[in-house]
Design a binder for this molecule. Sequence first.
Ligand code: ZN
Length: 212
Amino acid sequence: MKGAAAKRVMSMPKPLKPEVDKAEAALEKAYLEVIENIGEDPERDGLKRTPERMAKAIQFLTRGYQEDPAQLLHGALFEVDYDEMVIVKDIEMFSLCEHHMLPFFGKVHVAYLPKGKVIGLSKIPRLVDTFARRLQVQERLTKQIADAVQQAIEPLGVGVVIEARHLCMMMRGVEKQHSATVTSSMLGAFREEQQTREEFLSLIRSGKPNGF
Ligand code: ZN
C-alpha cells in the first residue's frame, strides 16, 4: 500500500480531528477529478500523489478559517503611555482570490495611533496571515485587517495599505501584467486628518525599491 491510502491508515489513530481527515479525503477525490477532467492521466508517476499534495496545500493556504483574530490578539495587548504612530510595513502577504482561487501576493502596511494600548508587534503579521489565508478579495482583506486592529485596541485611527499582484490577471494575460493593485482602508484620524494620512503614506514609501 502506497501514497494516500497508506497515509490514511497510518494516521487513523488520530481521533482528535476526524473532520480534518474527512475533508482531506474529499479534497483528494475532488483534485483527482480535476486532473482527469483537464485531460491528464492521474495514474502517471508525476501525478500519482498530486491530489494528496494539493489537498494538503489548499488546507494550508486556507487555514485562516480555523483561526480567530480576537483570540490571536488576546494576551498581546499592552497598556502604554505612547501616542506616536506605530507602523509595521512591508509585511509579506500571500492570499487566494475568491474568483479564481489563484494567488495574489504582495506587501501589507499597517499603522495606528495608539490611545493607551498597543498590539505586540509580532502579532500584526500573524493577524494579516489569519485573514490572508482565506479566499479573499484584496479590498475586503484590507478592511478586515483595519477593523480587527480597531476592535482590539480602539486607537485614534488605523491605516492599512496593501500592494499586490494577482496571478489571475497576470497568468491569464488579461491585462496589466506588471501593475500592482493598491487598496487602502483608513479609519479615524487616518481618514479625518490629512496630515496623519500623509505621514503614514510617506513612511511606507520611504526606502522602497522600484516595484516592491
Ligand atoms: Zn481572481
